[in-house]
Design a protein around this ligand. Sequence first.
Ligand code: ZN
Ligand code: ZN
Length: 154
Amino acid sequence: MQILVRCPKCNAGLPIGASDSSAQIACGACGREIPLDVSEEIRADRAVDRCPQCAGADFYIRKDFDPKLGVAVVAAAAIISGGCFFYGRDAIAYGVLASAVVLDLVIYRFLGTVTVCYRCHSEFRGRYPRTASGFDLHTADVLEQEYERRIGRR
Ligand SMILES: [Zn+2]
Ligand SMILES: [Zn+2]
């Protein structure tokens, strides 16, 4: 399992491998030492049961979508179809735009999912079975506030 630990101080994402993680990492951006408590389940890629960073046990699932990829597909299509419009090839231009939309949908459809910690927003990627449910705004509000009070951000 791969974990993207969120630094509680500067919010930088710090990628670590769950199986070879140490008890503490230093944030590459701000230098803060972040103690980690990686559970057996996470180490073995069996389940995400307890967040190694904040010890929370509340997670949600979201699509592992990189917005940069979606933007790149659309931007490339816009450039190509722009050229086609310029040379009067309207049918091809529309075709390119339509396939970009379809391609985005296909990418989205086959994306994996990532488990995210409600409190500190650390992310978990691996082959473990997903048991968390989708994002719930109310839960997020409550847990984020609790966490931010605890680390003194509010
Ligand atoms: Zn940091
Ligand atoms: Zn957490």
